[in-house]
Structure formats: structure tokens, C-alpha cells
Design a protein around this ligand. Structure first.
Ligand code: PLP
Length: 804
């Protein structure tokens, strides 16, 4: 308070001294945003089902207000007399429109005013000696409204607005019983009366208790009010919004962000003593008009704030969905190329060099996203995206992600959010069954189980950590420098990366072209024997079902025979991409489902590849959950819970590296339900048929040839011109294909990626977008043929004239 008066004095002194040099000010702006909460949580601004403001043609105001004089009968206020020093303008204790008038303006609605300054909820609750006992209260206002002959009749287009808080709370000492339930009971009664008698079920409650100063009983009052509204919603079916004005008062009177951020020149009042008719020189930039009564500028930002509570998130949300739908429509029409056209570093000059001091308008942010960020995307969901392994997408997944994000829940313990843990354990059991995984891997087995990791790389890292921990527990004398991770020359870089992270060595076992780049049992056995002799300790093999470069599959049937003799060797099966095909029975033998079920200690696949789930969802299944928890269980006191200690719940924090974890099961649940097993099967078969179409084109081409057998939705090919006399040397072919790939990469309307197989430079064609149709495959092949011809021509001229 002291600070308040000294600021006020400073302001008045300053303005008296040199009124003419006041800087020109832009208008006051809302420098805070409502923290939109949920009904489930503590009281917070929330829109619980209230329609857009524009759908109301009538607003009826009840409760406290900033008016004085003969209102509270539903009539409009007299026009504002805003000529200072008149402190009370047209019945308002402000120098212009009140917030509710501004709100009615925004809505385009007629305002019927029953609210009155200093009103309480129920005057009868106050002691006889209290002046408030004589006050026209909210219940009285409701009576006036309901007995008015002229009251509006359309329940759908009428909004009841109730401003509560400040006065009720400040005068609590005068209450007969300081019991919030009486007050909230009166509110419930008034809501019931209004709803029953008028049929109107639309309510907006605006709360401003404490004016920026929180106290524990004030918070309890707010909680009771909020709970009463939730009950009224549940019991009487009302739609309501609750706007908590605390951020404005706290924002101006405190330092976050402080009054200047709003454009106020003072957090104080323009008129200090109503009876003195004094006034400041800059009434448009003071927070209060009269002490504790907001100025017209403040009323205007109050209305904006309330409007944001009701509409901002919805509007912005609908707009975002509209824009996403438009984006997909345009993708489908190939209205823009797959590959981004921007140059490296394009973004920095377009964005400010630091975050804004004050929060910015949401619409502006959304527009800037379209303008600056979207152009820098490579469109992984484009129908002509044939690079890498495409990422999954479905609208079910997108909406699941939205719901997940709406609760922003780190779900590390069962107790941290039971549904996060339980849903994950259930949907992963669904997935395991859909792939035909052994019941041993199910969470319901109580022994095995699964959890969603960030990526297949994380799954491999976690599996290696678990295997290392098991090995060192079994062989305590083993030195870490002797431990070896087995991969193959075709294993994804996740093997080497994990080894780097853990400071361990890898040995990449050789796979051969004639074996279709598959790891054979003999190769494994020989390596194990060699290493055993050298005192090395191979402790885990990363086997792959569907390698990145060619979709090759390690021969798990042969590997199974070998590991019978090396039981200490753990097997992690990385089926990041191909694993989804196990949903189709016809692929189960080819991809060694039986052997996975028999020998894999851990198994990983990515729903975010061929699994229709938006990045990221990468489950890891283990045969024995202790495998993970023995290696990763840390139990500091602050993470202990009764359920965890009892061992009756899954504590997923002990199944992966981080503590908090993204809540991904909800999107997986949406997608699994949205498509069903048959939907997944159909999708995989469609991808394979598109790849088959591409292979038919290649087979009929006199320029292009496959380099490896096609696998699922992947084909690997290169230029191999038919030479009349002799085959080209490998190095020449590689140069030619590098040139070819350079040309393809320059084409922005199609995207393919390169690889090297057994020394041969080649190009991958990988189908994966749900939007890809035959025409896109045909078009891609047309582009490839065209570029192949040009590549051969220029290569003949520049590089190999002698070969002509
Ligand atoms: N394993 C294989 C066989 C892959 O093809 C890939 C990526 O394409 C990965 C692992 C890596 O996947 P993630 O990005 O989920 O780590």
C-alpha cells in the first residue's frame, strides 16, 4: 500500500510539474493472457462449454459492478460523461465504458444491467449492523430480473454475467457466519432459479477477489465458488466460463510484467479524493480512475481478457484445425513441392533476436507460423515423399496428441497419473497381440512387458544398458573394456551411437550381398569363437528385421541355433521399420516372428514409421521387465509412492532413461481404435502394392536396376545401363549414380534418399505416406527416368567419353 501511495504521489507530482511534456502514449494493452485451466484442477480461467460471444444477442449483468446510482433494474446506463474531473460518468465510477459494456459491444449484444456497485451475493448473510444488510444483493437482482416483464426470452442467445469477488470478500468480517458454503449455496440457488425460470443456461462468472493480493481464505473462497459452478454444470447442465482477473491486477500492481508493460503510466488512481474533484493529466493511462475503481482503459482490457477466456483458445483452436486441414488438402493436390526451397540460415533474419518482453497476440503468432515457419518444412506427409523411412500420420493420431498435450502430463509414476500408465500398458498389449508377439511380452503377464520409448535408438540404448547390467551382475569380474556389442555392417547407426554413449566397443559382423545382406548363423558363431579366444565379452547382439539401407532381415532361425550355445548373449531385435508388417500374417514367417518370440530378450518397432501414428511412438517389449528395472531403477524419496512401494503398479520411470515421459499411449489408442487390425493390414498391403508398382516400372526400364531384393515398401535401385560389350567398372557406376542422385535431389517435387550397399552407391525408394497413390509413384518414376537420361548424357560427355 505504501508503495502504491508513493507511486501515486510521484505520478501526481510529476504530472503537476510538467503536464505539457507528457509523452504521447499509445493505448493501454493487455499484457497478460489468461492461464486457461481445466475444470478438473484448481480455480482458473476456463471456458466450460460456453459458446462464442457472437452467439449472444442479450447480456444480463448481475453482481458487483463499478456503477452507482439508480441502475440494477435492467436498464442501460446513461451515456458516459467522461469529462474530468467528474468522477462518476453516467452512473459509472469510471471515466468511460465499463468492462461489461465493452463485452456487450464485442458480442453485438444488448446489455441489461442489474449489477450494482458494492453488491454482495446474499445480504441476509450479513450482520444487522452491517450496511451491506440493506444492499441490493445478487439474489435480489435475480428477483428483479425474473419479475421484469421486459426481460428477454430467448434462452439460447442470452448470457448471464455475474461479477463477484472483491467486495464480498473484503466485507467478510461482517458476515454472520464466515462460511463460504452459505455464499456458494446462495450462488447455486440463484443459478437454479435463473435457469429454471428463464431457461437460460449460459453463465459467465468474473472473479476479482483480493485485487492482486492473495490470501489463503480468499483462495478458499475462490475454490468454493469454482466448485459451486462445477456442481451447477454437473447438476443443472449449465455452460459457463470463469474468468479470474487476478493476472491483470497482479500484473499491474506487481512486477510481472508491471504496469508499464500494459502502457499505464501509473498503477495508481487519477482521482484521489472523489470529493475533491481532482484529476490527473493522463486519465487514459492510469490503472484506476478513483482509488480501487478501474479507469476506462482498465475496463477495456478487462473486457478483452474476459473475451479471451471465452473465445481465444476456441477460435485459435478451430483456426489451427482449419489450417491443418487446408495444409493436408494442399498436400494431396501437390500444391507445393516436397522439399523446402529455403537456404540455410533463412530464418534468423526473419525473426527478432530475442523473445518479446510482453506476451504477443495469439493470432499474430499463428500468422507468423504460416509465414515464416511453414516454408522451411520438408513435407514428410507429401504423397511424393519417398525418402528415408517416411513417418506415420493419421488424424486420429493428431487428435490423440492434442488431448495428450492438453493435460501435459509427465506420467513417470503410476501415481503421477494412473491413466497414463495404465493406458500405455493396455494399448501395448493390444499391439503385441496384433503383431502375434508371445504372451510372455505382455504387460498383463506380470513378468514381461513394454513401454513407449522416444525412438528405436533409445530402445536399443536401453536394451544395451539392461544387457550390460545383467552381464556384469552375472560376471562381476568382467572388465567394461572387454564388453562388446555385436551389430552387423547393415545395422542402423543406433548400434554405434549407443556404444559411443556408453563407452563400449562394437563389432560389426559382415553381411554379404549373396545373403541378401542378412546376418548368417555361421558368421555369428565364428565371431563369438574368435572373441571368446581373445578374452572379449560379446554380451548383446542387435539383430535387425528390416535394415535401413535395403530392408534386409537377419537370419534369426540360424542365430537361434547359435545362441543356444551362448546363453549369456542377449538379443535385441530392432524392427523399427518392418515390425509393423507383422500385423499381416503373410509376413510373419519371412520376418521370423516365431524366432523373435523364442529368443529376443527385447524387441522394438516404431509405430511412427509404417504404423500410422504421428512421430513419435516407439514401443520396446521385454521378456522380463526386471531386465530393465534392475538396470534403471532409482528410487529417491521424493519419487516414492505407496503404490510403487507395494509393487502393485508399473512405475515407467524405471523402464527408460528419463524421468518424465511423453504421454503417447493416448494417440496410439486413438489410432488402434480408429483403424482396427484390418485397417493396419490394409494400409501395409497398400504400401507394398505401391512399391510393387515401382518395381514393375524399374524392371521394364533399360536404364535402372534393382540392387537388392525389394522388401515391403522399400526398393533400392541404381542406373545400370546395358553396355553392349562389358559391364562398367563399379567406380564408374558409382560416379554416374552420384551424378544421378545429385540431379534427383535438385528436383523439389519428389524426395528420395541415397545409400551404399556393399560398395555400390544406390538410391532408395520408400513408400510410406498414406496419401501416396499410384499416380505419385508413376510420376516419380517418370522424373527418375528423365533425370537418369540426362545424368547418363552429361556423364558420358564429362566423365567417360571413352566409354561411349
Ligand atoms: N532402426 C532401423 C532399422 C531404422 O531404419 C531406423 C530409422 O530409419 C532406426 C532404427 C532409427 O529409428 P529412430 O529414429 O526411431 O531411432
Amino acid at each position: 500500500m505504501k508503495l502504491f501511495f508513493s507511486l501515486l504521489a510521484a505520478f501526481l507530482a510529476g504530472s503537476n510539474a510538467s503536464p505539457s511534456v507528457l509523452p504521447r502514449q499509445s493505448s493501454v494493452r493487455l499484457a497478460v493472457s489468461p492461464n486457461c485451466g481445466t475444470l478438473a484442477g484448481a480455480p482458473a480461467s476456463v471456458n466450460a462449454g460456453l459458446k462464442d460471444l457472437s452467439s449472444f444477442d442479450t447480456i444480463v449483468a448481475f453482481g458487483d459492478s463499478y456503477t452507482s446510482g439508480g441502475v440494477a433494474d435492467g436498464s442501460a446506463l446513461a451515456p458516459a460523461d467522461i469529462v474530468p474531473p467528474n468522477p462518476s460518468a453516467g452512473g459509472r465510477i469510471s471515466n468511460g465504458k465499463l468492462w461489461v459494456e465493452n463485452l456487450a459491444n464485442v458480442a453485438g449484444a444488448t446489455l441489461h444491467d442489474y449489477a450494482i456497485n458494492g453488491s454482495v451475493i446474499d445480504a441476509m448473510e450479513f450482520q444487522m449492523s452491517s450496511p451491506l444488510r440493506q444492499q441490493k444483493d445478487f439474489l435480489g437482482q435475480v428477483n428483479s430480473y425474473l419479475s421484469s416483464r421486459t426481460r428477454p426470452v430467448n434462452p439460447d442467445t442470452t448470457l448471464f454475467v455475474v461479477f463477484v469477488g472483491t467486495r464480498d470478500y473484503e466485507n467478510r468480517e461482517d458476515l454472520t457466519f464466515q462460511n463460504f458454503s452459505l455464499t456458494t449455496g446462495a450462488i447455486s440457488y440463484a443459478i437454479a432459479d435463473l435457469t429454471f425460470s428463464s431457461g437460460v443456461k449460459n453463465f459467465l462468472f468474473v472473479d476479482n477477489y483480493g485485487r492482486g493480493e492473495k490470501t489463503s481464505d480468499g483462495e478458499a473462497y475462490k475454490q468454493a465458488l469454482f466448485d459451486a459452478l462445477k456442481d451447477a454444470k454437473a447438476q443443472m447442465g449449465i455452460s459457463f466460463a470463469f474468468a479470474d482477473l487476478y493476472p491483470i491486477w497482479n500484473g499491474v500492481l506487481g512486477s510481472n510484467p508491471g504496469y508499464e508493460a500494459f502502457g499505464f503510466t501509473s498503477p495508481g488512481a487519477c482521482i484521489v479524493d472523489q470529493s475533491l474533484n481532482d484529476a490527473c493529466d493522463d486519465p487514459d493511462h492510469t490503472f484506476y480512475w478513483i482509488s480501487e475503481y478501474p479507469s476506462a482503459s482498465t475496463h477495456s482490457i478487462m473486457a478483452e481478457y474476459v473475451e479471451k477466456v471465452i473465445t481465444q483458445f476456441r477460435k485459435a483452436g478451430y483456426q489451427a484445425i482449419d489450417r491443418i486441414c487446408d495444409y493436408y488438402y494442399e498436400l494431396q493436390q501437390s500444391k507445393f513441392p516436397v522439399v523446402s526451397q529455403v537456404e540455410p540460415g533463412y530464418l534468423r533474419p526473419l525473426l527478432p533476436s530475442a523473445a518479446p518482453d510482453a506476451g504477443e497476440d495469439f493470432q499474430q503468432i499463428a500468422d507468423d507460423y504460416q509465414k515464416y515457419i511453414v516454408p522451411g518444412y520438408t513435407h514428410w506427409q507429401h504423397p511424393s515423399f519417398f525418402g528415408y523411412f517416411p513417418t506415420g500420420f493419421s488424424f486420429e493420431g493428431l487428435l490423440g496428441d492434442l488431448y495428450s498435450s492438453s493435460v501435459s502430463n509427465p506420467g513417470f509414476n503410476w501415481a503421477a497419473s494412473p491413466s497414463c500408465t495404465e493406458l500405455e500398458s493396455i494399448v501395448l498389449d493390444w499391439a503385441a497381440q496384433m503383431f502375434g508377439l508371445s504372451p510372455a511380452f505382455l504387460n498383463s503377464s506380470g513378468t514381461g512387458g513394454s513401454c513407449i520409448q522416444n525412438t528405436a535408438s533409445d530402445s536399443a540404448l536401453v536394451a544395451i544398458i539392461a544387457a550390460r547390467s545383467t552381464y556384469t551382475a552375472q560376471f562381476p569380474d568382467a572388465k567394461l573394456e572387454d564388453l562388446v556389442i555385436y551389430t552387423t555392417t547393415q545395422t542402423h547407426s543406433l548400434g554405434v551411437k549407443s556404444a559411443m554413449v556408453l563407452g563400449l566397443s562394437t563389432r560389426a559382423l559382415e553381411v554379404k550381398r549373396e545373403d541378401k545382406f542378412s546376418l548368417r548363423g555361421d558368421t555369428l558363431r565364428t565371431a563369438l569363437e574368435e572373441d571368446r579366444k581373445k578374452g572379449k565379452k560379446p554380451f548383446i547382439l542387435i539383430a535387425t528385421v528390416g535394415t535401413t539401407s535395403s530392408g534386409a532381415v537377419d537370419n534369426l532361425a540360424e542365430i537361434k541355433e547359435v545362441v543356444l550355445d551362448y546363453p549369456e548373449l542377449k538379443i535385441h531385435v530392432d524392427a523399427a521399420w518392418a515390425g509393423l508388417s507383422l500385423v499381416c500374417p503373410e509376413y510373419r514367417d519371412k520376418f521370423y516372428l516365431n524366432e523373435i518370440n523364442e529368443i529376443a530378450d527385447s524387441y522394438s518397432t516404431n509405430f511412427h514409421k509404417m504404423g500410422l501414428v504421428n512421430f513419435d511412438t516407439s514401443p520396446l517389449w521385454v521378456r522380463n521387465r526386471k531386465y530393465l528395472t534392475d538396470a534403471l531403477d532409482v528410487n529417491p524419496p521424493f519419487l516414492r509412492t505407496a503404490a510403487g512401494d507395494a509393487g502393485t503398479t508399473i512405475e515407467y520411470r524405471n523402464w527408460h532413461i528419463g524421468l518424465g515421459r511423453r504421454y503417447r499411449s493416448v494417440k496410439l489408442w486413438f489410432v488402434l481404435r480408429g483403424y482396427g487390425v484390418e485397417g493396419f493390414q490394409k494400409y501395409i498391403r497398400k504400401l507394398v502394392s505401391l512399391r510393387e508398382r515401382f518395381v514393375e516400372h524399374v524392371s521394364s526400364s533399360d536404364l535402372l536396376q534393382l540392387v537388392a531384393p525389394p522388401s515391403l515398401a522399400l526398393a533400392v535401385f541404381r542406373i545400370e545401363p546395358k553396355q553392349p560389350n562389358e559391364a562398367l567398372p563399379e567406380e564408374s557406376l558409382n560416379n554416374l549414380n552420384r551424378l544421378f542422385y545429385g540431379r534427383i535431389s535438385a528436383r523439389k517435387e519428389v524426395l528420395l534418399t541415397q545409400t551404399v550397399l556393399d560398395g555400390s552407391f544406390c538410391i532408395r525408394f520408400s513408400v510410406g505416406s498414406p496419401r501416396t497413390q499410384e499416380e505419385h509413384v508413376d510420376k516419380a518414376f517418370e522424373i527418375l527416368t528423365h533425370e537418369a537420361r540426362l545424368a547418363i548424357e552429361s556423364w558420358k560427355q564429362d566423365a567417360a567419353p571413352s566409354l561411349d
